[in-house]
Design a binder for this molecule. Sequence first.
Ligand SMILES: [Zn+2]
Length: 167
Amino acid sequence: MSYFINFDKIAYLEGKKPQGCILCLVRDNSEKTVNLKVYETKFFTVAANLYPYNPGHLIIFPNRHVTDIRSLSHDESCRLCETQKICLDILERVYKPHGYNIGYNMGRIAGASIEHLHLHIIPRYPGEAGIVDLIAGQKVLVENPVQTCEKLKEEFSRLPQVSEVEQ
Ligand SMILES: [Zn+2]
């Protein structure tokens, strides 16, 4: 399944906004996609994963359309780390998981179905399948991601918003 509707590499290279990238659409609050955005900063957007492996499955992605972690600036890397910590604190409060898998799938062969770089934060709970089984989809969806989004959005809304912290 391709998430790229009409990805124009030339336009992208010329600095124009990619038209078909689902994460760029989420970032821009486009009506063309299900918007599961829960939080945003100047550099990053946090969204509930549309196809979660577990309840509370989040993705963090840079607002810039980059496809490789090495494209992040030093500043962006620091902000990403801060954003991760915020996500973990909030997941802890809402879902009380016992652990996490945190990581990237870079490249289609590694399972990345969306080229726009995104960091998965997958809460883990006692007595469930291993990560390989989760990624292979051998698990029943136990929470609608729209519900995940609503629950987490409320918690994130208590944080300082972008205009207050990152001018
Ligand atoms: Zn993108």
